[in-house]
Design a protein around this ligand. Structure first.
Ligand code: KG4
Ligand code: ZN
Length: 345
């Protein structure tokens, strides 16, 4: 299975092969578009043009790395939403054309479902049933997953996605774009007792069925960071306080996500929790979910998270999800289109 991903600012291709239940990652190429850094955010038109320039060489390289000739491709899986439509269209058009020329099926994959399939490529035990926490730059969702292809949305963010909150607060703190990982590095040396921000939408009185039981919200936390930064600027202490503010932000965000995730696993009787998306490679987040899951669910609780390469946007997870759909006899055909929004559940 050749996988292609072009939903945002990464052009990626991967080859995944399967034998029975076992899927092996044969190659993965990820080309990140640095060009957006000078604009402080992804510029859609530039992203589309950059995908256009790199999709063919990236696919070629992935095939070469896997020692797979063109006639060794049995099917092509491609992200067709959600994402930037112009960017998605490059991958979708390329995949459809290549599939037609090779006379193999093309399978459209939901990018969010792809993130759920990332970890199982590294650890076979990361398979349903599980509770899923999907935390990326564009999405924050809590799902119950009784089986592959069955996704029940339990809760979501009411405003910013977790990764977006990392990036925006990093910008407020004056850190360079893309800010998430700079903020995480600062937080590591921050003193957790210097600042404390309230845990958004988290209180002991919440009950299953309450509208906010599984939902999260990060806009208030963002405002708390803004006030802390302004205050520090006023007193000329921002350089010294930056790490402490980053730490307080990360602690509040992580405690909220961990609590809601373990809450969902307990309510649905799931011993396994799978994290996915760019924020899922945050070691403090996985550590917190693991500790709380062990405490609340018992020693048999297992928490799975992808390594950095498979956590952020990549084509390996898309190829893996496409394999699942191919196995069920699903095909997309020449009318496959790209969609900016595409609900998973
Ligand atoms: O999944 P992803 O690559 O793209 C989307 O589909 O959105 O996620 C990117 C997001 C960015 O917001 C980035 O700041 C965040 O993941 N991110 C992190 C870390 N590494 C990347 N957030 C927190 N901790 C990290 N270690
Ligand atoms: Zn993503």
């Amino acid at each position: 299975m050749l996988g292609i991903e072009s939903s945002c600012d990464e052009t990626s291709a991967a080859v995944v092969s399967s034998r029975g239940d076992e899927a092996t990652l044969d190659s993965l190429v990820i080309l990140s578009q640095d060009v957006h850094a000078v604009f402080g955010g992804v510029v859609p038109e530039i992203a589309s043009r950059a995908h256009l320039a790199s999709v063919a060489p990236v696919v070629k390289r992935a095939l070469a790395d896997a020692a797979c000739a063109l006639d060794g491709i049995d099917a092509i899986g491609v992200t067709n939403g959600p994402g930037l439509v112009g960017a998605l269209l490059v991958g979708v058009s390329f995949a459809k054309a290549l599939a037609a020329s090779l006379d193999v099926p093309v399978i459209g994959v939901n990018h969010l479902e792809g993130h759920l399939f990332a970890t199982v490529l590294e650890d076979r035990a990361a398979a349903p049933p599980f509770t899923a926490l999907l935390v990326s730059g564009g999405h924050t969702m809590l799902l119950d997953v009784p089986g592959w292809g069955e996704y029940r949305l339990l809760g979501a963010t009411r405003d910013d996605a977790a990764g977006e909150a990392f990036d925006k607060t990093a910008k407020l703190m004056g850190l360079p774009y893309p800010g998430g990982r700079h903020s995480v590095t600062r937080a590591a040396s921050g003193d957790p007792s210097r600042f404390r921000f309230s845990r958004p939408m988290l209180n002991a009185g919440q009950r299953p069925g309450d509208a906010d039981y599984y939902d999260v919200s990060f806009s208030g936390l963002k405002t708390a960071v803004l006030h802390a930064v302004r205050d520090a600027e006023k007193h000329g202490t921002l350089d010294g306080d930056r790490a402490h503010i980053a730490r307080a932000f990360q602690d509040a965000l992580i405690e909220t996500l961990a609590a809601k995730t373990v809450r969902a696993a307990a309510a649905h009787g799931r011993a396994r929790i799978v994290l996915g998306g760019g924020v899922a490679c945050n070691a403090a987040l996985t550590g917190a979910v693991r500790a709380l899951a062990t405490r609340e669910l018992g020693a048999e609780a297992a928490v799975f998270a992808p390594t950095v390469r498979l956590a952020t946007d990549n084509a390996a997870m898309i190829a893996r999800a496409a394999l699942f759909h191919l196995g069920r006899g699903e095909r997309s055909g020449p009318s496959l289109n790209a969609f900016s929004s595409m609900p998973l559940a």
